[in-house]
Design a protein around this ligand. Structure first.
Ligand SMILES: CC/C=C\C/C=C\C/C=C\C/C=C\C=C\C(=O)SCCNC(=O)CCNC(=O)[C@H](O)C(C)(C)COP(=O)(O)OP(=O)(O)OC[C@H]1O[C@@H](n2cnc3c(N)ncnc32)[C@H](O)[C@@H]1OP(=O)(O)O
Ligand SMILES: Cc1cc2nc3c(=O)[nH]c(=O)nc-3n(C[C@H](O)[C@H](O)[C@H](O)COP(=O)(O)OP(=O)(O)OC[C@H]3O[C@@H](n4cnc5c(N)ncnc54)[C@H](O)[C@@H]3O)c2cc1C
Length: 625
């Protein structure tokens, strides 16, 4: 009789399963894992705070780098319900979703549209004679495409569609739709649903497609916490049209936490392997060195560790900011919604692009063995690159942040600014002067000045182009590279300052030795990004060539200081071997034995001579083919 742990983590490795077997195996594991999580959930009331903790548990405990067919049920279906459904609807469905007696998905993206959601083609037309909506996919491009779990798992989904009533289009709204029979799991009439096929990664998420052929749903299936349709078809608009976007903000906040978790796995593997792997002699006649002793290896890995700690602290700041502003939104105060959206956009974009960049570096830092699926680095790389796309393409999200920053800059002299942008006032105040200094505070100030000057420059460029006769839209597109760069600079200034401030507070309750190491990580992160963004700093601050020489020495000194604590820092993530699932990163360091153990599980090692020898090779080698 297998233990739960053996059931979850044993069996044929996923990499040797077919696409279909992988899904079936993931579903088998998911029901084991989520039965346990369901018990936890039943013991806690359901608000967004508890929910995020549960979600972190779900995602952190994702037992496969390929994700889970239940992922979307937790990641989006339920959060959207909590933010878009009215009390009656929550009463009717949320408990069933929480105890998994229904499994949901979130169907927004279509074959033809992902970013431009105002261009979505699926329609929901209200029929007052029957008090129903008629859901319809008018074109192939209107088919929903990507919703996780929709292929074979979910029996309900939230569909985002253009709402029509009394001949008028009211834009996109959310609807809950039953897609499969709860007993037979057969697709309901008028519904064409299936799975989208093999992807670069996340092949257990069961992403699907769905098309509607005049499918009727009750009026009360429109999620009506904000906007409503009355029985006679009268449309009651939301207090704020942007509230429909609320769930995307929440999920972006979750993604920042998640990007930290994925990066933590990758650097745990790469760091431990770099301590085990010995390669080349630093000095003739000496034993081969741990590759972690090579400064180029430290440059790849220790900066990733610092980035992980930095983003963890920023994820917490974002979550706290989300809670504060979400409470205000619930009380009808929309003042900081734009700031929250801009912050969630840029932190989602920067956390996922950094996580993708550093995970890829971890992969190559492990050489050939890092290219083995059994190292788990390829899957983590595939996963982190996906996070640069899902929940909003990173470029598009940074443009959203830039849009908010330009709006803020236009109003810079009209009154106080909200917390995440008040630095713009400080560094642009009359009489403010700043001379570059090689210190944490000096670096933070430098990044804030770069951000402010980029925003100011973008606005001046936009104004000049419009004055020259260019349309606002063309001017925006023409300078969009600089707009994205302004969004990134703003975010980097926030990440460095938050890391420094929050870590400084945390260090007050640490032992001197731990505080010293944490302080080194903050410095390493700040100096690394200073060297990475030298062009901006040379353009907008008084940093000199001599300063850069000293920065490089400072950087190399920090690598030397942090090296002895590298393994301890990743051990502190405390990721158990079963979740790490890595031949290179296991706690016991038996890398070579594990590589061989995993290789022997390959079906191609089941017999000494594969059948293709007799069928193909032998006749070929004998010239008979
Ligand atoms: C979570 C993953 C965790 C773990 C991983 C495990 C497994 C991984 C497996 C899968 C991933 C999981 C789920 C994935 C789900 C999805 O991908 S769901 C689909 C997500 N899609 C998007 O995010 C679409 C992105 N596009 C947009 O958000 C918008 O189209 C837009 C880019 C913002 C542009 O829209 P629009 O043209 O209408 O906007 P603008 O005209 O530019 O601005 C209009 C005003 O609206 C404000 N706005 C826009 N969005 C928001 C928002 N979200 N919140 C608040 N306000 C918003 C914008 O600021 C403008 O305001 P104004 O300046 O005052 O006018
Ligand atoms: C693993 C995975 C899981 C997903 N799960 C779900 C899900 O469960 N539910 C769901 O609804 N969706 C899901 N998605 C879809 C995802 O939300 C979209 O892929 C994402 O929103 C990007 O849209 P798109 O794919 O249409 O790319 P596009 O928007 O077509 O982007 C393609 C390129 O065009 C550029 N571009 C687009 N618009 C602009 C602009 N205005 N300005 C400048 N450049 C622009 C982008 O920067 C990008 O480089 C998932 C996607 C992935 C990869």
């Amino acid at each position: 009789m297998l233990t739960k742990r053996e059931e979850l983590f044993g069996g044929t490795p996923d990499e040797y399963l077919s696409h279909k077997e992988k899904y079936e195996n993931s579903t088998r594991k998911a029901v084991i894992l989520f039965s346990l999580l369901r018990k936890i959930q039943e013991e806690n009331n359901t608000d967004l705070t508890n929910y995020r903790n549960l979600l972190s548990g779900v995602l952190g405990a994702s037992i496969s780098q390929d994700g889970s067919p239940f992922g979307l049920h937790y990641i989006m279906f339920m959060p959207v319900f909590m933010s878009q459904a009215d009390e009656e609807q929550q009463e009717r469905w949320l408990h069933r979703a929480l105890n998994c007696s229904i499994i949901g998905s979130y169907a927004q993206t279509e074959l033809g549209h992902g970013t431009f959601i105002r261009g979505l083609e699926t329609t929901a037309t209200y029929d007052p004679s029957t008090q129903e909506f008629v859901l319809h996919s008018p074109t192939l491009t209107s088919y929903k495409w990507w919703p996780g779990g929709l292929g074979n798992t979910a029996n309900y989904c939230i569909v985002i569609a253009q709402l029509y009533s009394k001949g008028e289009c009211h834009g996109i709204h959310s609807f809950i739709v039953q897609v499969r029979d709860e007993d037979t799991h057969m697709p309901l009439p008028g519904i064409k649903v299936g799975e989208i096929g093999v992807k670069m990664g996340l092949n257990a998420v069961n992403n699907g497609f769905i098309g509607f052929e005049n499918v009727r749903i009750p009026r009360t299936n429109m999620l009506m916490k904000h906007a409503k349709i009355l029985e006679d078809g009268t449309y009651v608009k939301s207090k704020n049209s942007k509230l429909i976007y609320g769930a995307m903000v929440f999920v972006r906040v979750v993604i920042v936490f998640d990007s930290v978790n994925y990066l933590a796995k990758a650097i745990t593997v790469a760091t431990r392997y770099s301590a085990v792997r010995r390669q080349s002699q630093l000095k003739e006649g000496e034993p081969e060195r741990q590759i972690l002793d090579y400064v180029t290896q430290q440059d790849k890995i220790l900066t990733a560790i610092a980035g992980c700690f930095a983003m963890k602290m920023n994820a917490r700041m974002l979550w706290d900011t989300f809670n504060v502003i979400n409470d205000q939104l619930h009380k009808g105060n929309m003042e900081r919604l734009g700031e929250l959206h801009a912050l969630a956009c840029c932190l989602k974009a920067i956390s996922t692009s950094d996580s993708s960049l550093f995970t890829a570096r971890c992969r190559v830092s492990c050489g050939g063995h890092g290219y083995m699926v059994s190292s788990t680095l390829p899957a983590t790389s595939a996963l982190t690159t996906a996070s640069c796309t899902y929940e909003g393409d990173n470029t598009v999200l940074l443009l959203q942040t830039a849009r908010f920053l330009l709006k803020t800059w236009r109003q810079i002299d009209t009154g106080p600014l909200t917390p995440t942008v008040e630095y713009l006032k400080t560094v642009s105040a009359p009489g403010f002067s700043y001379k570059w200094e090689n210190s944490i505070e000096g670096i933070i100030r430098g990044f804030q000045i770069v951000s402010m000057k980029k925003i100011s420059s973008c606005l001046n460029l936009m104004t000049a182009k419009v004055m020259s006769g260019m349309s606002q839209a063309d001017a925006w597109n023409t300078i969009s590279i600089q707009l994205v760069s302004a969004g990134e600079s703003h975010c980097r200034a926030i990440v460095i300052s938050t890391f420094h401030e929050d870590m400084s507070k945390a260090m007050r309750s640490m032992s001197a030795s731990l505080a010293e190491v944490m302080g080194q990580l903050v410095e390493l992160y700040a100096v690394y990004w200073t060297l990475e963004r030298l062009g901006d700093l040379l353009e907008y601050t008084s940093i000199s060539g001599a300063d850069v020489v000293k920065l490089r020495s400072w950087y190399e000194e920090l690598l030397r200081k942090i090296r002895p604590n590298a393994v301890g820092l990743v051990d502190a993530f405390d990721i158990i071997d079963e979740l790490l699932q890595s031949t290179l990163g296991a706690y016991d360091g038996r890398v070579y034995e594990r590589l061989m153990e995993e290789a022997l599980k390959s079906p191609l090692n089941a017999e000494p001579v594969n059948q293709s020898f007799h069928k193909y090779l032998k006749p070929f080698m004998q010239g008979k083919l």
